[in-house]
Ligand binder design. Structure first.
Ligand code: PHE
Length: 330
């Protein structure tokens, strides 16, 4: 028996232990063999013999269980060692999120103007006719309302077509001087490769005492801003019309694709339109109750900037959520 005890205690793995268990306690095992001898033993010694065998059996069971525990612990330890994970390692498959390219562009634009001491003002996407149109010198039935195809709700409510109503609201509750930008989503009924029904604008407004704000101030800051955004480009101001500014201009930069040579993107003109701006119309100041002030205003589409900076051909692709496109801007 002793020699069997030793064998159990030196079993090196679970499989070896199981083989021993079968050899000792199994149906044809050593103990079964001994129990089979019972029938040949005299009655007097039978009880004693059986007792000894039962003690041996329980001793074996105890030893098996002890060795099993030892082996299991040893196996677990070596498994843990072989599967050790360095949690501080970078995973080649991990994906990190990032700002959408439109938001990255928006941040860069906002960064420029906040560094120039413009405050950021936010407003509601649902507006009323007064703040979106009327106060901006766009009375009802004014033909210029057609410039901005509008989504209307009931009761003269609408989805704002630009962020200019934020300027109106700011002027209504604050006194000049004002130096603000209004970034945010705007909505128009438009859908083609350069228009989506929702897009983002950053508009700016500066108001100060009469005679202190000139077109030259506006020209300087916009030229500086456009060079900050696009690098070394030429900038030109082209006469235009907006109901809320007079005089008004549109601002072009030399085409970032062909460097002004003329290509498909700039319709072979060498120029790309990027901004609208002007000197704030007297009627706007009247609508908000401002007197003896002068100011300039400008507005731009963030998606258009993002497309030009990243050379994206179709505006709609920015809103399809395609990871293959968005992954390039991480
Ligand atoms: N609000 C104009 C638009 O959305 C942009 C603009 C703002 C133009 C300020 C001139 C001055 O089209």
């Amino acid at each position: 028996m002793k020699e069997w005890y030793q064998k159990i205690q030196s079993a090196g793995c679970m499989q070896e232990l199981e083989e021993l268990r079968i050899a000792i306690l199994g149906k044809k095992g050593v103990l079964a063999e001994q129990f089979a001898k019972m029938k040949d033993i005299e009655n007097k010694q039978k009880a004693e013999f059986a007792k000894r065998l039962n003690i041996a059996k329980s001793e074996f069971n105890k030893l098996f269980n002890e060795q099993k525990t030892i082996l299991q612990a040893r196996e677990l330890e070596s498994l843990l060692k072989s599967q050790q994970i360095d949690v501080s390692l970078y995973s080649a498959t991990s994906n990190s999120g990032a700002l959408h390219p439109v938001m990255q562009t928006m941040e860069k634009i906002v960064e420029y103007f906040t560094s120039m001491n413009f405050s950021i003002e936010m407003g509601s996407m649902i507006e009323d006719d007064f703040h979106n149109f009327e106060a901006l010198n766009l009375p009802k039935y004014h033909p210029a309302r057609d410039m901005q195809d509008t989504f209307y709700f009931k009761d003269e409510m609408l989805l704002r077509t630009h962020t200019s109503p934020v300027q109106v609201r700011t002027m209504l509750h604050a006194k000049p001087p004002i130096r603000m930008i209004s970034p945010g989503a705007v909505f128009r009924r438009d859908y083609d490769i350069t228009h989506t029904p929702m897009f983002h604008q950053v508009e700016g407004l500066l108001v100060d005492k009469e005679g202190t704000v000139s077109f030259a101030n506006l020209k300087f800051i916009l030229e500086d801003f456009l060079k900050y955004m696009f690098g070394e480009v030429d900038v030109r101001f082209r006469p235009s019309f907006f109901p809320f500014t007079e005089p008004s201009t549109e601002v072009d930069i030399s085409c970032v694709f062909c460097k002004g040579e003329g290509c498909r993107v700039c319709s072979h003109t060498g120029w790309l339109e990027v901004l609208g701006c002007g000197i704030v119309d007297e009627n706007v100041f009247k609508a908000v109750g401002y007197k003896d002030v002068s100011g300039y205003a400008f507005g731009l589409g963030v998606e258009r900037f993002a497309m030009l900076i990243h050379h994206i051909g179709d505006l709609r692709s920015l809103f399809e959520g395609d990871i293959r496109l968005l992954g390039q801007f991480v």
